[in-house]
Design a protein. Structure first.
Length: 230
């Protein structure tokens, strides 16, 4: 082989090597984002800009908008839940005690609840309930109070017609009309008169008994003695 042919072969090999080492073409968008002077951060376009916290799942914006609308009152706030019904009677616990019963195997504890219920329109009742759980004892006391409801004899403004003086067990109470003074009473007698809707009266306990159940029952017995004039 002549020297001219050897030189042509070597030049062909070099040209092939140069072609293989030539870098691939760069997309114009990528070049625009990465070509920047030394020491400066490259500027990213809107399509290449990363999102904070990663990609948000589909439907997240709708759920967020629905939650904001419900807080503002635009949506159904408690969908699927029935509205709370106002109870027929107002109720108030006047005493709750833990009582003990001694059995052959030991002591058994239970709870005794005394309660007054009324609609503040003339109906009032006192009941007592006993059970091993306080909630169950309260329910029993409400049922007992409904059985012993009383319709108080008073006028449209909630005033009683005359004085009454009653003694029940060790409790003694006197209830007198007092126009313009409001409700002046103490202990559980005040609770009974409030839930009955009686106004402008003065009640006084003559006994030293601290038993709230007996005081409440004495007030109920006093209200039973009221009689409206024909």
């Amino acid at each position: 082989m002549s020297e001219d042919k050897q030189q042509e072969a070597t030049t062909d090999k070099k040209s092939d090597a140069v072609v293989e080492k030539t870098p691939t073409a760069v997309a114009p968008e990528a070049a625009a984002t990465t070509d920047a002077p030394a020491g400066e951060t490259p500027v990213l376009t809107g399509g290449d800009r990363p999102r904070r916290g990663g990609a948000r799942p589909r439907g997240a914006n709708d759920r967020r908008a629905g939650a904001q609308g419900s807080r503002r009152g635009g949506g159904n706030r408690r969908s699927g839940r029935p509205e709370r019904v106002k109870p027929e009677f107002d109720q108030k616990i006047i005493s709750i005690r833990r009582v003990t019963r001694v059995m052959a195997g030991g002591r058994r504890f239970s709870f005794s609840v005394s309660m007054v219920i009324g609609d503040k329109k003339g109906k009032v009742g006192v009941g007592i309930g006993k059970a091993g759980d306080t909630q169950l004892a309260i329910e029993k006391a409400v049922r007992d109070a409904k059985k012993n409801m009383l319709q108080v004899s008073m006028d449209a403004e909630g005033r009683i017609p005359h004085d009454v003086h009653v003694k029940y067990a060790s409790s003694e109470v006197m209830i007198m009309p007092a126009p313009g003074r409001g409700l002046v009473a103490g202990s559980s007698v005040r609770t009974v008169l409030e839930l009955a809707g009686v106004k402008d009266v003065t009640a006084k306990l003559f006994s030293r008994s601290k038993n709230k159940l007996n005081n409440a029952r004495a007030a109920v017995e006093a209200l039973k003695e009221l009689k409206m004039k024909a």
